[in-house]
Design a protein around this ligand. Structure first.
Ligand code: GH3
Ligand code: MG
Ligand code: MG
Length: 428
């Protein structure tokens, strides 16, 4: 039987070598079983011979050697894999941190670029605008976008160097005396006395607009929600924004001056005829819609030609200016007065009562008549004639009511001048 055990050992040896080579651990286990089988065969059959034992010992030694080699290699690779995995995980963690950081920085840059583009777009649209009316909507949009404002007011410097209100959205505070000299954006709180935030403290962001030493104006923006840690960033943003606005606002200021000049009569400072007629058309539309009334006064200086002829055009101009001033002083802020032509003036008085207006016209006539113009050693008086017409009684269109007032003025001239005539009395 020693032949059988030798065969088993030999087979075991070959298999162990082949399986260890092919499968590692599994081959070693199978080889061990085969060796165990060999031992059992030797013990059971008691037929061991030195040759078989030598082959078995050799097989065992080779198997053990291979097993040990496998264990060492396995342990080595396992350790190395764990180390590598840990290193890879650390690297991955590190990379993720870098990627997250990069992503955050890119997001900040994108926001900055987006803001920059929006500011550029605003400036472009403001620069393209040909009038203040065209500038107003993009400015409104930009203030909402950049400052989440729910109200703002724009002040531009007028010819006297004072800030005058151009446009206002919602309740905003007036510029305060202590802020007028400031050149950088500032923040303060205020309590609106009306509107949705009545009685509640809200923020006002002031953006003074200066071009070198010239103050162009000031924008006051109302901000309802503002955390304390956002204030510095908001002021920095306002600074950049104000720089962009200055150019556009300087243009708006110029428009306003040109517009005002084109609408105003150079000698008397009153409105010109064109804008007056525009305003009259609006008033007719309003009066028709709301079933209200208004009146027209047509005023003409009597024998003005004689005054010019006697004292010269320069004196005539001075008289015209003073008469215009007296007429302006004699009416309400809401009334409209214009120089209609040479020495003729026209007034539009919304919602006036006929009886009261006749008295008022008489007072104006007397006030002008009482004015003494000192020319050299002489005190000269001028008189005026006034024609009154009421809408819709004397005319239900702009042309008709103006025509009626003109006819009444003509009747006043015919009646001897220096008097007031109502259109109704002319028609009857
Ligand atoms: P009436 O009482 O009928 O209105 O007589 P009038 O002389 O006032 O009227 P008329 O229409 O005959 O003359 C108007 C004069 O007003 C003629 C013109 O020399 C003068 N005039 C018109 N515009 C100006 C102006 O800007 N400056 C001066 N100085 N005179 C003016
Ligand atoms: Mg006249
Ligand atoms: Mg005249």
């Amino acid at each position: 039987m020693s032949g059988l055990s030798t065969l088993l050992f030999t087979l075991g040896l070959v298999l162990v070598m082949a399986l260890v080579y092919a499968t590692g651990m599994a081959g070693w286990i199978v080889g061990c079983f085969l060796l165990l089988g060999g031992w059992v065969a030797i013990l059971v059959m008691k037929a061991a011979d030195p040759g078989a034992i030598a082959v078995q010992a050799l097989t065992a030694a080779v198997t053990m050697g291979l097993a040990l080699r496998w264990i060492f290699r396995h342990t080595y690779w396992h350790k190395r894999t764990v180390k590598d995995r840990r290193a890879a995980e650390e690297k991955q963690y590190e990379t993720r941190g870098v990627v997250d950081d990069l992503r955050a920085r890119i997001a900040v840059k994108v926001t900055e670029v987006d803001r920059g583009l929006k500011q550029y777009e605003l400036v472009r649209r403001l620069a393209e605008a040909m009038s203040w009316e065209e500038m107003s909507p993009p400015l409104d949009k930009a203030l909402k976008h950049f400052f989440r404002s729910d109200g703002w007011a724009l002040y531009l410097t007028d010819e006297k160097g004072e800030l005058s209100l151009v446009q206002r959205r919602g309740v905003t505070p007036e510029p305060r005396a202590e802020d007028l000299a400031k050149k950088d954006p500032f923040l303060h709180t205020f309590i609106p006395q009306s509107g949705t935030d009545e009685g509640r403290s809200v923020w006002a962001l002031g953006m003074p607009l200066w071009r070198l030493h010239e103050r162009i104006g000031c924008v006051i923006v109302r901000i309802t929600e503002l955390a304390p840690d956002q204030q510095a960033a908001l002021l920095a943003e306002a600074n950049t924004f104000a720089v962009q606005l200055i150019f556009a606002m300087a243009k708006a200021k110029l428009y306003r001056e040109l517009d005002k000049r084109s609408r105003t009569d150079g000698l008397t400072g009153l409105s010109r005829r064109g804008p007056f007629e525009e305003r009259l058309r609006e008033e007719v539309a309003r009066a028709r819609s709301f079933r209200t009334t208004f009146s027209i006064l047509m005023i003409d200086i009597d024998h003005f030609k004689n005054l010019n002829d006697s004292y010269g055009h320069q004196v005539g101009d001075e008289v015209l200016k003073t008469v215009a001033q007296r007429l302006h002083d004699g009416i309400y802020e809401t009334d409209v007065i214009a120089r209609f032509g040479g020495e003729e003036f026209v007034c539009l008085l919304p919602r006036s009562q006929p009886a009261g207006l006749k008295v008022k016209a008489e007072q104006i006539r007397q006030r002008v008549g009482n004015e003494a113009f000192v020319i050299g050693l002489e005190a000269v008086h001028v008189t005026i004639s006034i024609g009154i017409a009421h809408f819709p009684h004397d005319g239900d269109s702009p042309e008709a009511v103006l025509g009626a007032a003109d006819r009444a003025l003509y009747a006043a001239k015919a009646a001897g001048r220096n008097c007031v005539v109502e259109a109704a009395s002319v028609n009857s």
